[in-house]
Design a protein around this ligand. Structure first.
Ligand code: ZN
Length: 198
């Protein structure tokens, strides 16, 4: 017997999520058949809302539901210290380590020839705009210790050369090829302490 089209469509959609294989997508889809109308509507609404309610902070590029994110508007944080990360999830990881009290800038990507990501796709114009205000004294580049992350870090170091800013890179005692989200808070705060000049 052929699979029903509606079920197939749902399974196909669910299997696009990270970590969801064909089998688990199938299990989820069958489970949803037994959900109440209200529960299904809630799932549908929640999914739609992430696109309508979540935007990028106009200062740093972080995801937020306001015009500016809660870190940019926090006057207790040191605005002379700026950490550049690749993705919003990296901010959550670093915040968990509670070892950084500066501000962030989120590139929303990394230079990757394989994925067709080039410098013009990165959130760099707003970074330069921030730097031109002259308040940033030190920049920590915290792109991931992968080939793409390293390429991005080197590119950033080059364009930052013309600014009188101390540029450092997270000292990864971390494995090359890893991602920031797999790093435990202790390793991360050590990496911060041991950052080196680029
Ligand atoms: Zn922000």
């Amino acid at each position: 017997m052929e699979k029903l089209k509606s079920l197939e469509r749902l399974e196909e959609a669910l299997s696009r999520l990270p970590g969801v294989g064909k089998r688990s997508a199938e299990r989820m889809a069958y489970a949803m058949l037994d959900f109440s109308d209200e529960d299904l509507a809630e799932i549908g609404d929640a999914i739609k809302e992430i696109k309508t309610n979540i935007k990028r902070c106009k200062v740093c590029g972080m995801i937020t539901e306001e015009e500016e994110c809660s870190i940019c508007t926090d006057s207790d944080r040191d605005e002379s210290l700026l950490m550049i990360v690749s993705y919003p999830k990296d901010v959550f990881t670093i915040e968990k380590s509670e070892s950084f009290k500066g501000k962030y800038h989120i590139l929303n990507g990394e230079i990757s020839l394989g994925k067709g990501m080039h410098t013009e796709h990165l959130n760099i114009p707003s970074l330069l705009e921030r730097l031109n205000k002259g308040k940033v004294k030190e920049i920590i580049i915290a792109t991931s210790p992968t080939v793409d992350g390293e390429t991005t870090a080197l590119y950033l170091a080059k364009i930052l050369e013309s600014y009188k800013i101390n540029v450092t890179r997270l000292a990864y005692g971390l494995q090359m090829g890893g991602n920031l989200d797999y790093v435990d808070p202790l390793t991360l705060s050590k990496a911060l302490e041991g950052r080196h000049k680029l």
